[in-house]
Design a protein around this ligand. Structure first.
Ligand SMILES: C[S@@+](CC[C@H](N)C(=O)[O-])C[C@H]1O[C@@H](n2cnc3c(N)ncnc32)[C@H](O)[C@@H]1O
Length: 338
């Protein structure tokens, strides 16, 4: 079918690689889709506008309810919002009476709304409470920074932030918090800048530390692993899995998932942990029309800087049973990607 252009993109979050996502998802009348990262609803609206299909949208951030309300009003019979984490999508969908879908899309990461609202504490550019919790429950970034051991801080900042100066930053955090606990994003950003300097000025020195804390506080990699495994179980034969990521840690997980499930697990997952090869390589649970990640077009990159780091990978579910073995054990995630 021809994918119809979305009717409305007036949104506080510019959806990234929207057209590539629509083209990969095989949207058609009567089909059921999951948008695991609803956000401002840009993807969901475009999918609903493309055909007479149903979208089950998931988000763990309660502040997106207002965008869900707008879609409930415009598409009352074809839109269902499920509040929760996409790592729990099997249960969330089962509660809605759904055990199989035709397509699942994930647009991983934070939304522009989350970054722009200082009080959410995601941004080193705006001073706000050092929070970073998408679901607004659990341990805040401040609680972690103020209580974690120096070794744990080093570990998290080094692994999740890919920050070479992690040890120095962790040491400086421990010394500074003995004077006064960290409360704001600016306090931490200033300490990181003071500790490691401004570098070549291309990116803020706090970028990697903030990325690490955000990934830790929201268990972002664990969520991604659980979602990929759930998608394998939920997708009907010929169903599509489309994942857009924004940094290499996530992209590597998605890439290795597809390698494992298409029977192309010839590379090792890391120096330490071999990827789980498909036990039945004759019957892979996914095929991939292209194993190369798609990137945003030059046109999109010119108007939306956020799209420059985006990578889209997608696969098609076969009729083989889902593998029972996890493609990577959750407890190994942090160590497995390095
Ligand atoms: C990049 S935005 C998605 C934007 C959306 N595609 C759009 O067009 O508006 C990511 C969204 O996913 C949500 N999110 C991130 N991780 C999640 C998780 N594990 N479970 C549920 N929602 C999650 C965030 O709260 C955020 O609203």
């Amino acid at each position: 079918m021809t994918v119809r252009a979305p009717s409305s993109l007036h949104s506080p979050h510019a959806p990234v690689m929207l057209h590539e996502m629509l083209a990969s998802l095989n949207i058609r009348d009567g089909a059921r889709f999951v948008d695991g990262t609803f956000g401002a609803g840009g993807y969901t609206r475009a999918i609903l506008d493309a055909a007479e299909c149903h979208v089950y949208a998931i988000d763990r951030d309660g502040t997106v309810e207002k965008f869900a309300d707008a879609l409930r009003a415009s598409h009352p019979k074809r839109f269902t919002f499920l509040s929760g984490a996409f790592g729990d999508m099997e249960r969330l969908l089962a509660d809605a009476g759904v055990d199989s879908v035709d397509g699942i899309v994930l647009d991983i990461g934070v939304s522009s709304m989350q970054l722009d609202e200082a009080e959410r504490g995601f941004s080193f550019k705006r001073s706000g409470p050092l929070d970073m919790r998408m679901a607004q429950t659990g341990v805040t970034a401040a609680e972690f920074v103020n209580n974690a051991s120096e070794a744990d801080l080093t570990d998290i900042i080094s692994h999740y932030g890919e920050e070479r100066a992690a040890k120095r930053i962790a040491k400086a955090i421990v010394a500074a918090r003995a004077e006064a606990p960290f409360e704001t994003t600016h306090q931490l950003a200033a300490l990181v800048a003071k500790t490691i300097g401004r570098g070549n000025g291309k990116i803020d020195p706090a970028t990697r530390t903030f990325q690490a804390l955000r990934i830790y506080v929201n268990d972002e990699l664990g969520e991604l692993v659980r979602a990929l495994e759930a998608a394998e179980k939920l997708l009907a034969p010929n169903g599509r899995l489309v994942v857009v990521t924004f940094h290499s840690l996530e992209d590597r997980i998605v890439k290795r998932f597809f390698q494992s499930r298409t029977g192309n697990a010839e590379e090792t997952f890391s120096r330490h942990v071999p990827v789980t090869a498909n036990a039945n390589a004759e019957k892979p649970s996914f095929t991939q029309p292209t194993r190369k990640a798609l990137a945003a077009s030059e046109e999109e990159a010119a108007v939306n800087p956020r799209s420059r780091s985006a990578k889209l990978r997608w696969g098609i579910r076969t009729d083989a049973p889902a593998m029972t073995e996890p493609f990577i054990p959750a407890k190994e995630i942090r160590h497995a990607i390095f």
